[in-house]
Design a binder for this molecule. Sequence first.
Ligand code: PGA
Length: 248
Amino acid sequence: MRKPIIAGNWKMNKGVEEAKNLVNEILDIELNKDVEAVLCTPFVDLALVKEMIKDTDIKLGAQNMYFEESGAYTGEVSPTMLTGIGVEYVILGHSERREYFKECDDTINKKVLSALKHELKPILCVGETLEERQEGKEKEKVRTQIEKNLTGVSEEQFDNVVIAYEPIWAIGTGVTASSDDAEEMCAYIRTIVGELHGENAAQKVRIQYGGSVKPENVKEIMGKENIDGALVGGASLEAESFGKLVNF
Ligand code: PGA
């Protein structure tokens, strides 16, 4: 059985004081223990948030990392720095990083392999643009990303891999993919993982949907067979709505 995973992606929001307030409010909410709740905070909040959640089941995630362990890479954060403060998950290849910071498939692949090597669980984001969907190329796009970004990942490692299908046109726009479209793509992703990495990997890998997930639509999305979780931006920035997402 794949454990459902609801991850909040705070993006570039919440400095230390705001993070403290938000996490305090989240700690007042009783969260369903059968669902894995993950907070993916900015780097500067990670140590503080870890301290605050250490006696709970809430997991900590980063939003990016570099693939090297240390060295002359000004401005970067390494996997060992993350594991050193108790980070368990790391979002990799988010569309905002691909678009604004020009991260390419090869770099993302190196990051995924490095994360797994250092016992961090990657949340690998894939998804098509609106233009690609309108041209009927969404599956081709996602297949290429899955092929390239997960090259070299072994079947056993898929225990620790999360894939987030995030159609770019649905991120932060209020437009959610229909639950049927989301399910269709998530099922397709599972099929590709099976083809490339074996049926075991396909059954183990957890696949999230992301893009304008909110308390009002989370239940329907989570009801789909191949959707094991959600990666949530906007609606994760308030305790009450994050609580409702986890307790879908
Ligand atoms: P959103 O963001 O929930 O605000 O659409 C999702 C994401 O980018 O991970």
